[in-house]
Design a binder for this molecule. Structure first.
Ligand SMILES: Cc1cc2nc3c(=O)[nH]c(=O)nc-3n(C[C@H](O)[C@H](O)[C@H](O)COP(=O)(O)OP(=O)(O)OC[C@H]3O[C@@H](n4cnc5c(N)ncnc54)[C@H](O)[C@@H]3O)c2cc1C
Ligand SMILES: NC(=O)c1ccc[n+]([C@@H]2O[C@H](COP(=O)([O-])OP(=O)(O)OC[C@H]3O[C@@H](n4cnc5c(N)ncnc54)[C@H](OP(=O)(O)O)[C@@H]3O)[C@@H](O)[C@H]2O)c1
Length: 350
């Protein structure tokens, strides 16, 4: 079934059933991270570990009502989408087609607003068609697949952290994460986003996997596949989260693998002590062994936050190459470039 990426698209997604969901983060955590199981039976979809899916979310009905009220519209008005020339009721258009959390570019001083409270503070008289023409499209959201099809043929598992923050005195919820984790969608429209190289390369390969937070998702899939297929390569996971007691995502799975010596596990809980401890600090502590793995041909995978973590992990890798091999900075950079070129340094960051 592999190679079925084109089977479903943004315009023609597969409607997966939400089979099960449960919280991975425990009471007392400052985060809300969910395990989501989608049923893809009958889809013909074939995915490989390391792939992602796009989901097409719908907006929260309460948010839609607040937006309609701030526009003094009912939602029953008929509008025509200027991009597709298709007709919808305004409520349907708000629900599935355009963003009502991003503010149209033409509106000034929009920082920290959603459409409904922007309009309360900056009242405007707009017809249904006028507001429809102004709103940006509702975009797909991407999630790393956290399962292996070799282990659960008709399911796609996800690891999803709720986006929530307060701005202008209001709690805001991420559209995609709220849809997946809080709403009761009859179905979840999805399509596959295949990764080219971010996958288990071959059965003898040694894998170093750096996946703090939701970045751990694909590595659960990697390990499921390796178990089913009895791979001989070694596995080393660097996982980090805030607190061990509440945020150790998939703790039982990793601890079981570790106790069976199928996985080397390096843990970095950032808020269990005064000073921050991150995955790259653990890499530094284990630098000499990590370097030996790399010298022997290990692959190096990184998944998760792009803005800070992935940069710091890369800087640490450069430092390790300098400390362990005696390279100067230029040679360390060349080493990393070569690792990337030969397909042994792979990142899925967001
Ligand atoms: C390839 C890929 C794989 C991914 N895999 C995963 C995964 O496995 N698990 C996962 O949970 N996510 C993953 N993501 C991220 C995911 O796609 C979404 O971006 C994320 O879930 C947020 O989507 P949302 O619709 O809930 O939030 P949105 O409605 O898109 O809201 C996010 C927006 O809110 C605003 N915002 C957020 N926080 C703040 C703040 N503190 N202050 C002010 N404004 C703020 C920003 O404008 C931000 O762009 C992945 C992304 C990519 C590209
Ligand atoms: N750009 C941002 O400011 C920002 C902030 C939060 C989340 N996010 C995004 O939110 C989504 C979900 O995040 P997530 O739940 O997967 O987890 P996450 O926010 O990436 O956190 C996971 C762990 O990584 C730690 N961490 C923070 N900065 C780090 C760094 N520079 N290097 C290494 N580790 C670091 C966190 O520690 P501490 O939290 O204790 O610092 C936590 O222990 C991701 O899309 C992520 O990109 C972005």
């Amino acid at each position: 079934m592999i190679g079925t990426e084109a089977l479903y698209t943004k315009a023609a997604p597969f409607f997966a059933k939400l089979k099960e969901r449960f919280l991975l983060s425990l009471p007392g955590s400052s985060k809300e991270t969910w395990h989501i199981i989608l049923d893809i039976a009958g889809s013909g979809l074939g995915y490989k570990v390391g792939d992602s899916i796009a989901i097409l979310p719908s907006h929260n009905p309460l948010l839609i009502e607040k937006t309609l009220q701030s526009l003094h519209l009912t939602g029953n008005e008929k509008i025509t989408c200027k991009r597709t020339a298709r007709s919808f009721s305004l409520r349907d258009y708000f629900t599935n087609h355009v963003s009502i959390t991003r503010i149209p570019r033409d509106f000034e001083a929009a920082e920290g607003y959603e459409l409904w409270d922007y309009l309360l503070d900056h009242p405007k008289t707009l017809s249904a068609q006028e507001i429809a023409d102004l709103l940006p499209p509702l975009l797909p959201r991407f999630y790393s697949i956290a399962s292996a099809q070799e282990a659960s043929a008709n399911e796609i598992h996800l690891t999803v952290a709720i986006t929530s923050y307060t701005s202008r005195g209001h709690l805001r919820l991420g559209v995609g994460t709220h849809f997946l984790c809080h709403m009761e969608p009859a179905t979840v429209p999805i399509y596959l986003q295949s990764s080219k190289d971010f996958t288990v390369p071959h059965q003898e390969a040694d894998l170093i996997m750096v996946g703090p937070g939701t970045g751990v998702a694909p590595f659960r899939g990697f390990m499921q596949k390796r178990l089913v297929e009895n791979h001989s390569g070694r596995n080393w996971l660097f996982f980090g989260e805030q607190k061990r007691s509440t945020d150790f995502l998939y703790e039982d799975f990793w601890m079981d693998l570790s106790s069976k010596r199928l996985l080397q596990l390096s843990l970095a809980f950032s808020r269990d002590q005064e000073e921050k401890i991150y995955v790259q600090h653990r890499m530094m502590e284990e630098a000499s062994e990590l370097w030996k793995w790399l010298e022997k041909g290990s692959y190096f995978f990184v998944c998760g936050d792009a803005s800070r973590m992935a940069k710091d992990v890369e800087a640490t890798l450069l430092q390790i190459a300098q400390n362990e091999a005696g390279f100067d900075l230029e040679k360390a950079r060349l080493f990393l470039k070569d690792l990337r070129k030969t397909g042994r340094y792979l990142r899925d960051i967001y």
